[in-house]
Design a protein around this ligand. Structure first.
Ligand code: 4NP
Length: 152
């Protein structure tokens, strides 16, 4: 059975597509399935933000095949690990959780780098390209750790 990992942000067009693309580039697809979703319905069916596409492309990762979708309760049945980009995402994911088993699957992705600090991957949507570089670098570091754990 593959391990299944879900990356979650608000819109599923900026941060979680980068997290998905990064982790996919670091794991064996025969062993690990990676997907992403948004807590909102704002960008269902949309391609990733061009700034996310661009920063990923700069580092050799293609995320252009991704499409925005909204998190659904069934995701708790499908996925083993659900990573939230920030505290607001985290709370919204937990609102959908049905029981402790669901809740156990959810954590803040930056806990991998700064355990217990409640650090957030900042929402880059309103800012410029630099914010996307910053997001990419944080997610690169966090997904290095996640990939190492999964590849053990
Ligand atoms: P994301 O960024 O959660 O990283 O995908 C956002 C994308 C769109 C919106 C907010 C955040 N929006 O309000 O449309």
């Amino acid at each position: 059975m593959k391990t299944k990992v879900l990356m979650v942000c608000l819109g599923n067009i900026c941060r979680s597509p980068l997290a998905e693309g990064l982790l996919k580039s670091k794991v064996n697809p025969e062993e690990v399935f990676v997907d992403s979703a948004g807590t909102s319905n704002y960008h269902i069916g949309d391609a990733p933000d061009p700034r996310s596409v661009s920063v990923a492309h700069k580092y050799g990762i293609d995320i252009t095949d991704q499409l925005g979708r909204q998190l659904k309760v069934e995701d708790f049945d499908t996925f083993d690990f659900i990573y939230a980009m920030d505290n607001s995402n985290y709370r919204n994911i937990l609102e959908l959780a049905r029981n402790d088993e669901d809740r156990k699957k959810v954590s803040l992705i930056l806990d991998k780098i700064f355990p217990g600090d409640e650090a957030a991957v900042p929402d880059p949507y309103q800012g410029g390209y630099h914010g996307f570089e910053n997001v990419y670098n944080m997610l690169d570091e966090a997904t290095d750790i996640i990939a190492k754990e999964l590849n053990k």
